[in-house]
Design a protein around this ligand. Structure first.
Ligand SMILES: NC(=O)c1ccc[n+]([C@@H]2O[C@H](COP(=O)([O-])OP(=O)(O)OC[C@H]3O[C@@H](n4cnc5c(N)ncnc54)[C@H](OP(=O)(O)O)[C@@H]3O)[C@@H](O)[C@H]2O)c1
Length: 374
């Protein structure tokens, strides 16, 4: 393959990745397929719109109708290799001679299987085209498949002195409207949005995504409250709207049964989760439960205690911090994250390669978190 052909391959793969990103088909990974004619023109494009839809290669082949000689297929992810999957057979039947694949299936039992079958059938198969971007597209699904845990993003909106609320516990609003729009967009890319019961009681948040922020297709993110003892009242906004948007309450094994019944009657789902030695919902076990419920990506929105447990367990993959140019004090109250913390700054969890943006009057810093001690 010459350089021009390689460039075209990468350009087409990026086109397919952008197509895949237009939907959030959890618990399946985003995926897209392009059917490309002999001159590099896109004849048909298809993406997985929701979890009921199987593989976009089938839709692209069908949409193309007549397939010209010398056509190729661009796939963001390797087709499924299960016996009942029609994908490989459909590709062979369509007479396609070349397939370019972004990411290999992370499932150890399936990895590379379909690519090998296509090669053995005589097709030219290129694997890892725009590989970093294609793997990033399915990173959350990759984590669920390989670790049984969802991808976890932690959001903090804090003052310059590292506080998330005033001395009265008020946090509306620490940051400005532009930052809050960004938070809406973060929510729109998640399958669940979680808070601790402290936040649910003090802020009474709705934890929904505004319609104008729904840039991607997919079901509304579920609202999750970490509430060991089931203290959430039925007049909380998340409970009052539980029939419209899924509301999951993560409770300890010994939370009162009658409190569970009241919340269930109000439309919530109560999940009993293993507890820590301190008698709280175990965050790791809770995340496993969310993965089992089909959550690929969760946004944890605080407060300080829940954020502390998450960081103490090295469980946040990404940090999204919004820093407002204000000072809140107050003496004696915990900062944005309530935990023991490291002995030395060098041992602190940190954003490895931070991106900084100005967001209205606030600063927005985000990126992947690394835990030096782990
Ligand atoms: N600026 C911001 O971005 C922002 C965002 C959110 C909140 N806030 C502010 O933060 C304050 C609330 O924060 P908070 O720290 O008091 O409460 P929180 O973190 O929202 O909730 C803490 C409570 O959650 C329950 N929980 C269950 N499992 C837990 C676990 N594994 N780890 C930690 N907590 C667990 C515990 O109560 P049980 O033991 O009873 O279950 C715990 O007391 C409010 O003032 C709010 O306005 C600010």
């Amino acid at each position: 393959m010459n350089e021009a052909e390689r460039d075209l391959d990468v350009r087409l793969m990026r086109h397919a990745i952008a197509e895949a990103r237009s939907a959030r088909p959890s618990p399946l990974p985003p995926a897209a397929a392009l059917l490309v004619g002999p001159d590099g023109e896109v004849i048909a494009a298809a993406h997985r719109a929701d979890a009921t839809q199987d593989s976009p290669e089938l839709a692209a082949i069908e949409a193309a109708g007549e397939i010209p000689e010398g056509s190729s297929l661009v796939l963001t992810i390797e087709p499924p290799n299960e016996e009942d999957s029609e994908s490989v057979d459909a590709i062979l039947k369509a007479g396609i001679k070349r397939v370019s694949i972004g990411a290999i299936d992370p499932n150890p039992e399936a990895a590379g299987g379909a690519a090998t079958r296509l090669k053995e059938a005589g097709l030219s198969v290129e694997v890892g085209v725009a590989g970093g971007e294609a793997r990033a597209l399915i990173a959350a699904w990759h984590k669920v498949v390989t670790q049984g845990l969802p991808q976890v993003a932690l959001k903090l909106a804090l003052s310059l002195d590292g506080r998330i609320a005033t001395r009265t516990g008020e946090s509306k609003w620490v940051t400005g409207p532009e930052a809050r729009v960004k938070v809406q967009q973060l929510r729109a890319h998640c399958d669940a949005i979680a808070v601790g019961i402290g936040t649910a009681l003090s802020d009474d948040p709705r934890l929904t995504v505004r319609d104008d922020a729904l840039l991607v297709g997919g079901r509304a993110p579920s609202r999750v409250v970490f509430d060991t003892k089931l203290r959430l009242p039925t007049n909380a906004r998340v409970v009052e709207t539980a029939h419209e948007v899924p509301t999951w309450i993560l409770a300890g094994a010994d939370a009162p049964q009658d409190a569970e019944q009241i919340l269930v009657d109000a439309g919530c789902e109560v999940m009993r989760i293993a507890m820590t030695a301190e008698g709280r919902v175990d965050v790791g076990a809770a995340l496993q439960q969310l993965a089992a419920k089909g959550v690929l990506r969760v946004l944890i929105e605080g407060g300080a205690e829940l954020a502390g447990s998450l960081l103490a367990g090295c469980l946040a993959d990404e940090l999204h911090g919004f820093v407002a140019p204000i000072l809140l004090g107050p003496r004696g109250r915990p900062g944005a994250v309530d935990w023991a913390g490291p002995d030395k700054p060098a041992d602190a969890p940190r954003i490895v390669d931070p991106s900084w943006e100005v967001c209205g009057k606030d600063a927005y810093v985000y990126g992947r978190v690394a835990y030096p001690e782990s």
